[in-house]
Design a protein around this ligand. Structure first.
Ligand SMILES: [Zn+2]
Length: 285
């Protein structure tokens, strides 16, 4: 009995060590990518999948442009495929022209993409961007200071911890921004909180663009735009195509107890992504 107990203990400690090693390695891989401060030169190439990939020849998003401002400059996550820069600049220009406000831009990707030490599992191929729902009149009137860009928080469009939309935070302009984004052909999908999708389903007459609006956990203070693989990125892996229909009839599950149990957090997950071999060269260049 004693021996069995001590064997169990050894296995337990062994597993614990193994988990720590795996976890450390996952951290080490991400650290290698996050330590790099410059993109590689040459033509842009998105390589691999959104959650296991990297980026060659990244472009840098200017911190300010017509209709947008980049937040959290210290994170240095303002790199991406040139298609992503073009998308952000186009969308922001339309938002500006239609006087919907100023877009506050969160994370894009790291200088060479790859896994990050914090925050996301995706954003690895330079084709993902987070944009705040907050359309602040203040940000619309002047450039925010560096410190404001660090300290401001993205406000949730939900009332407290409920599933109800907070109409002090949400307005028609938010829906219009999402529609402008979803109608751009390079956009593959946009992740939003299920309550946001429900709000759009209930308030939109012409629903064809809602197909691209996908319910996902969290995403109540920002939306996440994902572009399709650029045509000349031969090693880029698209996600499975979107299901048919606007998805408004498939929302009920998101409001069940089962759905409320959050998916594994990207930070506690110990499995490291296996990147395509081509990413080794991108890291070493
Ligand atoms: Zn995101």
């Amino acid at each position: 009995m004693l021996e069995y107990g001590s064997l169990n203990k050894k296995i337990f400690i062994g597993c614990l060590l193994l988990f720590i090693v795996v976890d450390c390695q996952a951290g080490i891989v991400a650290q290698r990518w996050s330590k790099i401060t410059q993109p590689t030169l040459g033509a842009a190439q998105s390589i691999g999948g959104y959650s296991a990939g990297c980026l060659k020849g990244a472009a840098t998003l200017p911190t300010d442009g017509t209709g947008y401002q980049v937040m959290r400059l210290s994170r240095k996550r303002f790199y991406g495929h040139p298609d992503l820069m073009q998308f952000i600049e186009n969308l922001a220009q339309s938002v500006y022209t239609q006087q919907l406000g100023t877009l506050l831009i969160g994370d894009l990707g790291q200088p060479r993409g790859g896994p990050t030490v914090s925050g996301h599992r995706s954003h690895q191929t330079g084709l993902d961007v987070d944009i705040w729902f907050l359309l602040s009149p203040e940000a619309n009137s002047r450039p925010l200071t560096v410190s404001e860009r660090e300290k401001w928080s993205a406000s949730s469009v939900l009332l407290g911890k409920s599933d109800d939309i907070d109409f002090n935070q949400w307005s028609l302009a938010n829906a219009q921004v999402l529609e402008l984004a979803a109608r751009l052909p390079e956009v593959d999908r946009i992740f939003v909180n299920a309550s946001v999708k429900r709000q759009l389903c209930n308030s939109t007459a012409k629903r064809d663009w809602l197909r691209k609006i996908r319910p996902w956990w969290k995403h109540d203070d920002h939306f996440h735009v994902r572009l399709k693989c650029p045509a000349d990125s031969k090693e880029c892996q698209n996600q499975d195509p979107l299901p048919q229909g606007d998805g408004c009839d498939k929302l009920a599950w998101w409001f069940t107890e089962e759905a409320k149990k959050l998916p594994p957090s990207p930070i506690t997950e110990s499995v490291e992504p296996i990147l395509p071999v081509s990413c080794d060269a991108v890291l070493k260049e």
